[in-house]
Design a protein. Structure first.
Lengths: 112, 114
């Protein structure tokens, strides 16, 4: 089954404690991206990757890092989380940046 | 300037009615267009792609008007299960900085009432 898998689904953490949200896709897609979704603001792109070892900033990259060492994986790293990073996060993958995106089930992050 | 705009609603519609909503986009060079559906706190899922010639999938019809830069979605014979948020999505060409690829509208919230 074609899918994008994110983990964890839910996470509560404290300010400053580094965390990683994993994302993996099994569709051999080249393009992957991370979004955060906040009430009234919609989905905003954090980072994207057009292929292995190629990543770039989206609209709201501050406070986040990503890596793309393998085609299937695109982890999101918060080196020092802050409460304003409390949000619902989605990973997505697609064949290109212009085609249908498949989303992971989301990670609900709370930073206290 | 908002690149993809939608009426947030909510649209409260009786079961069986026909409902339509539009979305406007600002970049005339936009390359592809989609409607996604998102249920509360779940991931967005593709409802349908939108083609220049228009397309229909069962009770759903999508239209694209490039001249006026808007996309529409029509739902006929609405069901309770159609209650969701509908996201208009436009693929924008990379323009030397900022986000590349899909840009999402903030969504239109639809509530079908029995």
């Amino acid at each position: 089954e074609a899918q994008v898998t994110q983990n964890p689904r839910y996470l509560i953490t404290v300010t400053g404690k580094k965390l990683t949200v994993t994302c993996s896709q099994n569709m051999n897609h080249e393009y992957m991206s991370w979004y955060r979704q906040d009430p009234g603001l919609g989905l905003r792109q954090i980072y994207y990757s057009m292929n292995v070892e190629v990543t770039d900033k989206g609209d709201v990259p501050e406070g986040y890092k990503v890596s793309r060492k393998e085609k299937r994986n695109f982890p999101l790293i918060l080196e020092s989380p802050s409460p304003n990073q409390t949000s619902l996060y989605f990973c997505a993958s697609s064949g290109t940046q212009y085609t249908e995106a498949f989303f992971g089930q989301g990670t609900r992050l709370t930073v206290v | 300037r908002k690149e993809v705009e939608q009426d947030p609603g909510p649209f409260n519609v009786p079961e069986g009615a026909t409902v339509a909503f539009n979305c406007t986009y600002s970049n005339s060079a936009s390359q592809s267009f989609f409607w996604y559906r998102q249920d509360c706190r779940k991931e967005p899922k593709l409802l349908m792609s939108v083609y220049s010639s228009g397309n229909e999938d069962g009770r759903f019809t999508a239209q694209l008007n490039r001249a006026s830069q808007y996309i529409s979605l029509l739902i006929r014979d609405s069901k309770l299960s159609d209650s969701a948020t509908y996201l208009c999505v436009v693929a924008l060409p990379h323009s030397g900085g900022g986000a590349d690829g899909l840009t999402f509208g903030k969504g239109t919230h639809l509530i079908i009432q029995p």
